[in-house]
Design a protein around this ligand. Structure first.
Ligand code: ADP
Ligand code: ZN
Ligand code: ZN
Length: 723
């Protein structure tokens, strides 16, 4: 190789393609390097292909190669390249999204090596160190058995220095201790359905197959995951478990840790410190972790011995990333399983319509758990309370109050669900009709009475609670509607003896808040839980006898075509909290539309029937999953500029009669944080042609975006969940 040889480098910049640099010594694909790009020092990754003699142009050199860690594995580079193609995102930016922060920076890093120490062959044959007591003690400790750093430091504070010295002399070394994953005993006997699910998936280990495990809450899905992971670990392989943000509770991690004592579990989520995340990621990559359990970003974690992927609560919208690389962790998990030739298990009580359609089409195979695992636990009875006929006190009907006080008298835990945090959704003036609109968004500011502020839940803008109407001066302005805080205080007034615990984003913002919630609930210090859909997800509060759902009707007739699916799924999940562990449960839903098919299906616990109804509606309307969708969004301080930008794009991209383009039109949330948002909705029944249209649009967008300047931002969202 001579000094005109060159190499392609992936960079974390919002530009398509790779960048060519000069290279003195060959480096393997996947090596992290430092390069100068436009005057800045950036971290880059050596890309596949195009290595060879440089053309006649003058190229900048690769300044430095980082070698403390091995080159990034090919499987990760392939996955990032696929994500970049599928989501129409720059390849370098896509790859860097997949990396922990510390590996995105132009620095050489490696997490501290925490493997245990032992004496080498030479060390065992060498005479023990003479004289010095500390050295002799360390030597004796190691001669007995391999030792962790902590233990050696306890033997002598000089352990680190002495061990480094011995390592240099070839007398001691770190090594990968073989782990013994003990089979947990006292496990429940699987139900017939669970055993069938475990056997089916186990039979597919070693090849690609997507499984949809549909099981009502409490039917033992997690138990199925655990049994399958046990088989994977017994073969010395690795498992990846992806869960939504909110389900990654200490409870869940504890359950895995208890089951797999002796196994190494790496947890990955966005709240980790950079160093912790790097360590967990590298542990998985180097094969030291047996199980990776994490939120959507964990789907990228390199796993050399991967044998099984689980995506729990696969319907959950938090599996989709809403900025940058707008990926869906479930869909990438399925791609990855295919690429790695392993099975992927998607679990949910309420699968997404996308997954139901994939199962209907035979692309996924179905597994069902129709009964609850505890023999005594029955599905709860659902009662619909018609609020057109009932008198409401602070939004609560008499049957709801009666049911709550009945549960209180029996000392049973109840849950009241309302889809709105804060005190009331809006402050209004009955005299002139003024409402508390957000100055920056097309949204209302929510009343937070305790903090005495109005707050926008979209942009966070906060203003003091006005004493009088800003428009007409009327002092009698009122909070309209109910939020969690108002419900909490109304319940407190109606049921003064009840101990109420409110759970929403305001009360659980602190890191350890959930611990306190569990402690109080399991200590029997709570009678009524009041909260948002946070309560519906993943959490097991033990025996709940009563679940009440309020203020849900908004989801029935929304402009968003997914609102019905989301409401149905949330209600099925909330209802699933009732009647666990031997307590017969009841679910009360207050509604103006008790005859609506959604509530009727809920009352019958008929997920499949209603899913087919919704799928038929989507087919009729040509909405996903019957058609494929993408959005091109543009936002700017000036709405006309955003629309003109998209219009300019349309003028330059060739029409395809199979591709329907709607817009430019204002987004559903037309104004957000002071920026006007316009969008194009692109639809096609053939995925390939949708992608062809987007591929043609990408370079045009890039050019128009440069011309439009910094005030305008644009993005492509493939398979968008929010319009
Ligand atoms: P899901 O993940 O579907 O909500 P879990 O796996 O958490 O269900 O199971 C719900 C409860 O039932 C848990 O307390 C679990 O320990 C228990 N359980 C699961 N499978 C069985 C079984 N086969 N026999 C008895 N109890 C079981
Ligand atoms: Zn007024
Ligand atoms: Zn706002």
């Amino acid at each position: 190789m001579n000094d005109t040889d060159c190499v392609e480098v992936l960079l974390d910049v919002p530009l398509q393609g790779t960048f060519t640099y000069r290279l003195a010594t060959p480096l393997p694909v996947g090596t992290r390097v430092r390069v100068n790009f436009g005057g800045r020092e950036l971290c880059g990754v050596i890309a596949n292909g195009m290595n060879g003699p440089a053309p006649g142009v003058k190229l900048k050199p690769v300044a430095e190669a980082y070698t403390a860690l091995p080159p990034l594995p090919g499987s990760l580079l392939r996955m990032a390249a696929f994500a970049a193609r599928y989501y129409h995102h720059p390849a370098g930016a896509a790859l860097f999204t997949a990396l922990p922060t510390l590996l995105r920076q132009p620095r050489d890093v490696a997490p501290p090596d925490r493997r245990p120490w032992r004496l080498t062959e030479a060390g065992r044959l060498a005479p023990p160190p003479p004289r010095q007591r500390a050295r002799l003690a360390l030597w004796q400790a190691l001669a007995g058995s391999p030792q962790e750093d902590d233990a050696l430091r306890a033997v002598s504070p000089q352990a680190a220095r002495v061990l480094a010295e011995w390592a240099g002399q070839g007398l001691a070394e770190r090594f990968d201790a073989p782990r013994e994953v003990k089979a947990a005993d006292g496990l429940p006997e699987l139900t017939g359905e669970q055993a069938a699910a475990v056997d089916a998936v186990a039979a597919s280990l070693g090849r690609y197959q997507a499984w949809l495990l549909q099981g009502v809450t409490g039917s033992g899905k997690t138990e199925v995951y655990l049994r399958l992971i046990a088989r994977v670990l017994a073969e010395g392989r690795q498992a990846l478990v992806v869960v939504p943000e909110i389900s990654l509770t200490p409870q869940l991690i504890e359950r895995f840790a208890r089951r797999f004592a002796g196994a190494r579990i790496a947890c990955l989520h966005s709240h980790l410190a950079d160093g912790e995340r790097l360590e967990a990621w590298v542990d998985a990559w180097q094969g030291r972790a047996d199980i990776v359990i994490g939120t959507r970003l964990s789907v990228f974690t390199p796993l050399p011995r991967l044998a099984l992927i689980v995506v729990d609560e696969e319907h959950d919208a938090s599996l989709k990333q809403h900025d940058g690389l707008r990926y869906h962790a479930r869909d990438l998990a399925v791609w990855r399983a295919h690429d790695a030739g392993v099975p992927v298990l998607l679990g949910s009580a309420t699968p997404s319509l996308e997954s139901v359609a994939n199962a209907d089409a035979g692309r996924y195979r179905r597994l069902a758990l129709t009964r609850r695992a505890h023999a005594a636990a029955r599905l709860p009875a659902v009662r619909l309370i018609d609020t057109r006929r009932a008198e409401l006190t602070d939004g609560l009907s008499a049957p709801v109050v009666d049911a709550l006080s009945g549960a209180l008298a029996r000392r049973e835990l109840s849950l009241v669900y309302i889809n709105r945090r804060g005190y009331a959704p809006v402050l209004a003036c009955p005299q002139c009709g003024w409402t508390s609109g957000c100055p920056h968004c097309s949204a209302r500011q929510v009343v937070h009475l305790q903090a005495r502020v109005l707050r926008c839940h979209h942009c966070g803008d906060t203003e003091p609670l006005p004493r009088a109407c800003p428009d007409c001066g009327n002092a009698d302005i009122r909070p309209l509607g109910e939020g969690t805080q108002r419900l909490e205080s109304a319940l407190g007034a109606l049921l003064p003896k009840a101990r109420i615990l409110r759970i929403d984003r305001d009360t659980t913002a602190r890191k350890d808040a959930w611990d306190a919630v569990y402690r109080r609930v399991s200590a029997g210090e709570v009678d009524i839980l009041v909260g948002t859909q946070m309560l519906a997800k993943g959490h097991d509060f033990g025996a709940l006898s009563l679940v009440v759902a309020l203020g849900c009707d908004g989801g029935l007739y929304s402009a968003d075509f997914r609102a019905g699916e989301r409401l149905f799924s949330t209600l099925m999940q909330v209802a699933g909290r009732a009647g666990r562990a031997g307590v017969a449960g009841e679910v009360l839903v207050q509604t103006q539309w008790p005859d609506h098919p959604l509530y009727q299906a809920l009352a019958r616990h008929d997920f499949d029937g209603y899913a087919e109804t919704l799928l038929a509606e989507r087919r009729e309307a040509g909405f996903p999953p019957s058609a494929h969708q993408a959005l091109v969004r543009a936002d700017a301080p000036d709405g006309a500029a955003a629309a003109a930008f998209l219009q300019g794009l349309l003028a330059l991209v060739a029409d395809d009669p199979a591709v329907r383009v709607f817009g430019p039109a204002p987004a559903l949330m037309a104004r957000l944080a002071g920026r006007e948002r316009a969008q194009l909705v692109i639809e096609c029944t053939e995925r390939a042609r949708l992608h062809a249209w987007l591929s043609a649009a990408e370079p045009v967008l890039a050019r128009l975006g440069r011309e439009a300047g910094r005030a305008l931002r644009w993005s492509i969202d493939v398979d968008p969940l929010e319009l």
